[in-house]
Design a protein around this ligand. Structure first.
Ligand SMILES: *Cc1c(COP(=O)(O)O)cnc(C)c1O
Length: 395
């Protein structure tokens, strides 16, 4: 039997230019973003500017993590204690966690067979609960029809917050993911599209949101140092009226991220070549269902999802075990127990009184997820598919 030898969790090394830049920051000793000498722009400031320019938005605030950025984004958007916040039932644990952290109450929305938010259920739940906030996770890089999402938000007066942890570099019909919401968040945690270990971005075009975000993130009274700043009068009432929830990005991480960001689009292109190689190799497997994608969706294929709708739960569990034993690391999203990074809404037991979501349970019940690290080559796709095919034969 065939085995696969590469690691599914091995990311690319940090580029030499990024290492040199990090060493330079360490030599100065000035690692805190507000610790600058006269005339100096900190790496964190430069990163804010570089990412805002990349997305074509007015403001970016680099933060300590993606989950942290989301929780202050919700507060900046106006979430108050006990407010309902619509969000995908299929997402990762930091999303309901950030809603909870901001005092909101997640209202979970069903998932389609194509892994996007079910927009009929979104309309229905918006009407039924009156929730005025939506955290839309572009989970595993799958973008919902953004024109339809925006129409629903307008119709129900919903404030949109995008979770772009898996769509850095992606767009919908030419408009970059992260530019639809009042405020949007990204992650630079190791398994995302650029890697600083931990980190995240909050982006917005809104002056008041940015002023609040800077104060929440812990600027002490040094907010005036930000190179792109909302007009100073925006801070009246905000600077003293907003608590400090320290969660800044430091200059060391920013230094590591800036050279990576400069090469993001090339990396996304490589991911998509690997993704297409995987699609073509996997599509020969008996009984497989791959996910349909809209031609308007310009995704980044840093992971791939597929299902075997005809296999029983027991067979899926055997398939995952057999593949793992042969070096192919698959996650069964619908597993009854959470493991590793996988996460299912009924594992978040602190969300009391959530109705069951039968459609999401059905979709996730047969769903498998595989990471595609950039340390893979296109030729690895055939080896991976061969392992899965051989294990399928044994079921
Ligand atoms: C990674 C991730 C986040 C943010 O995670 P952090 O580890 O806090 O940076 C948010 N949403 C999704 C869907 C994610 O995968």
């Amino acid at each position: 039997m065939h085995t696969f030898k590469k690691s599914f969790t091995q990311q690319m090394p940090i580029p030499e230019s990024a290492i040199a830049s990090a060493v330079e920051v360490m030599r100065t000793g000035r690692l805190h973003r507000y610790n600058t000498v006269s005339g100096e722009r900190s790496e964190a400031d430069l990163l804010d500017k570089q990412f805002a320019d990349y997305l074509g938005v007015k403001y970016c605030l680099s933060c300590a993590s993606g989950g942290y950025a989301l929780s202050i984004a919700l507060l900046c958007a106006g979430v108050k204690q006990g407010d309902g916040v619509l969000c995908n039932a299929f997402t990762l644990a930091p999303v309901p966690g950030s809603i909870n952290n901001a005092g909101g109450v997640p209202v979970l929305v069903e998932t389609t067979d194509d892994l996007t938010m079910d927009l009929d259920d979104l309309s229905h739940k918006a009407k039924a609960t009156g929730a005025k906030f939506l955290v839309l996770s572009h989970m595993r890089g799958h973008l919902a029809d953004m024109d339809a999402v925006m129409a629903i938000c307008r119709q129900h007066n919903i404030v949109l917050i995008e979770d772009c942890a898996h769509t850095m570099g992606a767009d919908w019909n030419g408009q970059k993911s992260g530019t639809f919401g009042l405020v949007s968040c990204f992650s630079t945690q190791t398994y995302k599209h650029i890697n600083s270990g931990e980190g995240g971005f909050l982006v917005t075009n809104n002056d008041e949101v940015m002023a609040k975000a800077i104060i929440y993130s812990g600027s002490y009274m040094l907010f005036g140092q930000h190179p792109t700043l909302p007009p100073l009068e925006t801070f009246e009432g905000i600077a003293k009226g907003t608590p400090n929830y320290s969660g800044r990005m430091d200059n060391l991480r920013a230094a590591i991220l800036r050279p990576q960001l400069a090469h993001l689009d090339e990396q996304c292109e490589r991911w998509n070549q690997l993704y297409l190689a995987m699609v073509s190799a996997l599509s020969s497997l008996r009984g497989i269902r791959l996910i349909e994608r809209s031609p308007k969706e310009h995704f980044v294929g840093s992971s791939i999802q597929f299902s075997f709708p005809d296999l029983t739960a027991n067979q899926l569990s055997q398939l995952v075990k057999g593949c793992t034993a042969r070096g192919v690391s698959l996650k069964w999203v619908g597993d009854s127990q959470p493991s590793g990074y996988s996460s299912k809404y009924d594992h978040w037991e602190y969300l009391h009184d959530q109705p069951r979501l039968p459609q999401t349970e059905r979709v996730l019940g047969s769903l498998l997820d595989m990471r595609i690290p950039l340390t893979f080559e296109q030729s690895d796709a055939a080896s991976i598919a061969q392992v899965i095919a051989e294990v399928l034969e044994t079921l």
